[in-house]
Ligand binder design. Structure first.
Ligand code: ATP
Ligand code: FE
Ligand code: MG
Length: 335
């Protein structure tokens, strides 16, 4: 089955054509990062305007690259939420108009279900599995006993990991989005700064990153006041070491308790080299669990992942009506 997928929840306008939920025929991504850089973050109004400008071209390009016509498409899947409402609505309205015009079923998809299903474009999912979701807006451990069954067993109580990365990067005067820059610095630095590990309750699978973020900001400010130089590489390495240690430890503990066959990583921060390495080592040491991480191109926002998730939703019988609305605060379980 062929699915056309649309993603416009934040600052990427993307359309993809996906075969059988596993094979990418096209995945066109128009990024707005350059436009938002000078503001140091995504400006919602600017984002909406860019989506309007690029959406038609991105659709045409995706069909052309996949070498398919509307007659070949079995379903149109689109990110219904969560995200910036103005951005979501551009993709949703385009998807609705085309579904109506060509009489094709429409399926709304949760953005995080998309990030999770990016892994299905790498290899088949084996259940039960545990998804570590680490993105710009989410940090969650999601248990899945079967396709499209999401149980959030832990989540961040404050900042998302990606958000913490971006704020730490800003403190070090690095460009937006800061995650990749911190990752690059961390690779050549050493863990010399004593930063906290926030475990919360011993049994808990929840996370908290605002204290760590504040510790980094305080370190920079205190050094400035004393007229001391900080070593950005080492501070980045120390920050990343704390993040990775907590993420890996909680993920492995949950994976064992829930007896999963596979751990998958989802969201923009899954591109992080330190996190990938930490998980690879932990899984190798355990010896019983398979680890899957998407390629870099499928870690950050793209429509291919929405097509992979959307195909499974479509096969489960999910359908959306012409009254579909963007849900900026959509729950992963409310599908
Ligand atoms: P959400 O998916 O929660 O709605 P989002 O779509 O804005 O949020 P993504 O696009 O999935 O988030 O991920 C973007 C985030 O990933 C940014 O915070 C960015 O800094 C971070 N990121 C990207 N690459 C890396 C990396 N190599 N190391 C750490 N963080 C990274
Ligand atoms: Fe995302
Ligand atoms: Mg993004």
């Amino acid at each position: 089955i062929l699915v056309l997928a649309v993603e416009s929840s934040c600052d990427e306008t993307s359309v993809a054509v996906i075969k059988n939920g596993t094979e990418i025929l096209s995945n066109v991504v128009a990024s707005q990062i350059e436009s938002h850089k000078r503001f140091g973050g995504v400006v919602p109004e600017v984002a909406s305007r860019h989506h309007v400008e690029s959406v038609t071209l991105v659709f045409e390009e995706a069909l052309k690259v996949a070498n398919v016509t509307w007659d070949d498409i079995d379903a149109i899947t689109v990110t219904e939420g969560p995200g910036l409402i103005g951005s979501l609505l551009i993709g949703i309205n385009a998807a609705k108009a085309l579904a109506f015009a060509h009489d094709i079923p429409l399926v709304g998809v949760h953005h995080i279900a998309g990030h999770i299903y990016a892994n299905q474009l790498v290899e088949p999912l084996e259940f039960p599995l545990l998804a570590l979701v680490v993105s710009g807006g989410h940090t969650e451990l999601v248990y899945m006993k079967d396709h499209y069954q999401f149980e959030v067993i832990g989540e961040t109580l404050d900042d998302a990991v990606g958000e913490a990365y971006d704020k730490v990067a800003r403190t070090l005067s690095l460009p937006y989005p800061g995650g990749p820059h911190i990752d690059r610095l961390a690779a050549v630095g050493e863990d010399t700064y004593k930063l906290p590990r926030v475990w919360l309750d011993k049994e808990s699978y929840d996370f908290s990153f605002s204290g760590l973020k504040s510790a980094v900001i305080n370190t920079v400010h205190n050094a400035k006041q004393r007229g001391e130089e900080i070593v950005p590489e080492n501070l980045a390495a120390s920050f990343q070491a704390s993040v990775v240690e907590v993420l890996v430890e909680k993920t492995m503990r949950a994976a064992r308790e829930y007896n999963v066959k596979q751990i998958i990583v989802a969201g923009g921060v899954s591109a992080n080299k330190g996190l990938r390495k930490g998980l690879e080592e932990a899984v190798a040491k355990d010896g019983h669990i398979k680890l899957t991480v998407p390629p870099l191109s499928l870690c950050t926002d793209n429509a291919a992942m929405i097509g992979a998730a959307g195909t499974m939703a479509y096969l489960k019988g999910h359908r959306s009506g012409m009254d579909m609305n963007g849900l900026s605060g959509m729950e992963l379980t409310s599908l």
